[in-house]
Structures are given as structure tokens and as C-alpha cells.
Design a protein around this ligand. Structure first.
Ligand code: KG4
Ligand code: ZN
Length: 348
């Protein structure tokens, strides 16, 4: 069974062809980084227009790389949320017209679930459930209990900025470029994380939620209060290192706090920020401390791509979960059942 996967929820146009849910036949991706770079963040209207211009090119390129003819495709899967409304619409319209034209089944994919599924492409043989999962990207920071693929309980999520968004905003503040994550990651490796102290946020209701706007504001204040002449390369390196040190601690500690020894057989981390070198290292260490295997996809599967959409589409197809042509973009699509903020407990 060959599934075509289409991703256009943010600033990557991704298309992939996957056979039987685990064999990647070919994929293609056009990133819009250069387009959004001058603005220090994704401009929704530009993103949608660019997706519309490139989707057919990316589709043709993926087919060619996979050496697959259109007739061989069994179904088309597409991200329909969450994401930017206009951007999502391009992928959904493309997939729907493809399904209509060819009569092939259409599958609607949740972007967040697809991020989690990317892990299965690489580790399907060793990954065990229930797992504790974390999605950290430019748009989301969510902690999930995964009973098995498709059954999620949301343990915590960000109350303000996503972790990647904080990286991007801090980089913009320091005039470092976009996207900020990889730039700060590199700079931080050369800096002194002890120079600036940022507090970890605390919630009065003992919830497992995240917050990154406090650190962003603290960085903003620090930059504003520092004389311009002192904002040199060393300052930026140390600030990047101190910021990253705090963000990594927040994410690692959240996983440690949510981990249940008698339940979780794996730790899964995915999404663009999971590319971060310090985070990968900290979570590998956490895995050793908790004596539990850690699964982090290789970088190209962490950031947005069409492969994860095709992989999840394959599973949904097998489960008979297809959509009809009324499928619409759902910018606020959620993942998992939300548990009460105060109880912070989930099924054992
Ligand atoms: O998953 P993704 O490609 O798109 C969303 O679904 O948001 O994630 C993009 C985010 C950006 O905010 C980017 O700065 C961040 O991932 N990112 C990183 C790194 N590489 C990408 N953040 C920290 N360290 C990195 N090495
Ligand atoms: Zn994403």
C-alpha cells in the first residue's frame, strides 16, 4: 500500500510517498525559511501563497524521487490542522482535488499526531508503549501520555509561547536571524550558561503546563538594560547559553516529573526543537537516569515534513479512518483528551 503524504501547515511544503507505513520511497521538501527570514518569523499570507506556488513542484519531485507512478498511489493523506489557516488550506485543497480526480481515498492527518508518528518510521521495531511523549516545535509544546498510537492524554501544554517560538523571538531580539533555534543552539555551545540566571516558571496549581514568555521577557529586559557597547559577541554567546540552559531544564524536568516508572516503557521527543543538541543530550541522560529508552528522530524527521504525514496516513488507512471531500482545514485541531489542570493525573 503506497500512501502520499502532504504537509503545508506552516512554512514547509512537504510531500512524501511511504509504502506499508514504514518504507520511505521518496520525499521532497521546500522550506520557506529565506522568505520569512527578513521578518524574524512566519508571515501567514506569504506562507500560504508560497505553498500554492510550490506544492505541485514538490509533489512531482517526490514522485520522481520515489520512482512511483501516480496510478500506484493507494490513498492521499494531508495535514488538516493544527496550523496556519491559509497554509493548511493549500494542502487540503490539493489533496481533495487529487482524491476527487483519481477517486482515491482521502485521509485527514493531525499535525501533532504526525510528529509523534515520525518516531515510528525510525524506531518501529524497538519502540514500546505506553510511552511518555513530548512535542516541542515552533507552534507547540505538549506533553502526552501515549497508551498506544492513536490514544493520547494531554498532560501539559504551553500557556503562552511554544519553546521554538521563544527561541525565534530571542534570536530576533539579538538580531541573530531566523529561525532562531539552530542559531542559538550553535552559539550556546560556545557560551557560559552561568553568566545570566533565568527563573523556571512555577504554577500555583501544580500543573504540568509550560510557559516560556517569562524567560523571553527577562531576556528582553536584560537586553534593554544593557548598554549597547556591552552587547558584544561574548554577551550574545553567554545569553544564548543561559537561555538554552533554562529552556532545556524546563523541558527535561517536565518529562522527569510526568514519568511513571510502572507505566512508561519509552520516552519520545519530537518536533523542531528536538533537533536541539543540548536537549537531545539532556534527554538521553534522563533516559539513563530513569532506565528507560529514549527515542528522538534524526533531525530531518523532527522538523515538519511530508513523511510523517504519510506514515500516520498509512496507519489511519489501515484502521479505515478515511475522510470525505467535506474535509476542511482545522487551524485549532487538538490532540488527546485534556485532563483536569488541578488533578494532573492520568490513567495508570
Ligand atoms: O516542527 P517545526 O519544523 O515546525 C512547527 O511545527 O513549528 O519546528 C520549527 C521550530 C522553530 O521554532 C525553530 O527555531 C526550532 O523548531 N528549531 C530549533 C532547532 N532547530 C529548529 N530549536 C532549538 N534548537 C534547534 N537546533
Ligand atoms: Zn510541526
Amino acid at each position: 500500500m503506497i500512501i502520499l503524504g502532504i504537509e503545508t501547515s506552516c512554512d514547509e511544503t512537504g510531500v512524501a510517498l511511504v509504502r506499508d507505513g514504514e518504507h520511505l520511497l521518496g520525499s521532497s521538501l521546500i522550506t520557506q525559511i529565506e522568505l520569512h527570514s527578513p521578518y524574524g518569523g512566519v508571515v501567514p499570507e506569504l506562507a500560504a501563497r508560497q505553498h500554492a506556488e510550490t506544492i505541485d513542484i514538490v509533489f512531482r519531485d517526490a514522485l520522481e524521487k520515489a520512482d512511483v507512478r501516480e496510478e500506484q498511489i493507494d490513498a492521499v493523506a494531508v495535514t488538516y490542522g493544527p496550523g496556519l489557516p491559509g497554509a493548511l488550506l493549500v494542502g487540503v485543497a490539493f489533496a481533495k482535488s487529487y482524491a476527487y480526480k483519481t477517486g482515491k481515498p482521502l485521509i485527514g492527518v493531525n499535525h501533532l499526531e504526525a510528529h509523534l508518528e515520525a518516531v515510528r518510521l525510525q524506531f518501529s521495531k524497538t519502540l514500546e508503549y505506553p510511552a511518555l511523549g513530548m512535542i516541542v516545535s515552533g507552534g507547540h509544546t505538549s506533553l502526552l501520555d501515549i497508551e498506544k498510537p492513536g490514544e493520547y492524554t494531554l498532560i501539559g501544554k504551553t500557556r503562552d509561547d511554544a519553546a521554538g517560538e521563544a527561541y525565534d523571538k530571542v534570536a530576533k531580539l539579538l538580531g541573530l536571524g531566523y529561525p532562531g533555534g539552530p542559531i542559538i543552539d550553535k552559539l550556546a555551545g560556545e557560551g557560559n550558561h552561568k553568566r545570566f540566571k533565568f527563573k523556571k516558571p512555577r504554577f500555583s496549581d501544580d500543573s504540568a503546563d509550560f510557559s516560556f514568555s517569562g524567560i523571553k521577557t527577562a531576556v528582553m529586559r536584560l537586553v534593554k538594560e544593557t548598554p549597547e557597547a556591552e552587547i558584544d559577541e561574548e554577551f550574545k554567546r553567554d545569553l544564548a547559553a543561559s537561555f538554552q540552559y533554562t529552556v532545556v531544564r524546563i523541558l527535561r524536568d517536565a518529562m522527569r516529573d510526568a514519568f511513571k516508572l510502572e507505566r512508561h516503557k519509552s520516552l519520545i521527543i519530537t518536533g523542531g526543537v528536538a533537533v536541539n543538541s543540548a536537549l537531545r543530550k539532556a534527554l538521553d541522560e534522563l533516559g539513563r537516569e530513569l532506565n528507560t529508552p529514549v527515542f528522538i528522530p534524526e533531525p530531518k524527521y523532527c522538523t515538519d515534513n511530508g513523511i510523517m504525514v504519510a506514515v500516520l496516513g498509512s496507519r489511519l488507512m489501515k484502521e479505515g479512518k478515511t475522510a470525505d471531500l467535506s474535509l476542511d482545514a482545522k487551524p485549532d485541531l487538538k490532540i488527546g483528551e485534556t485532563i483536569s489542570r488541578t488533578s494532573n493525573r492520568y490513567k495508570k
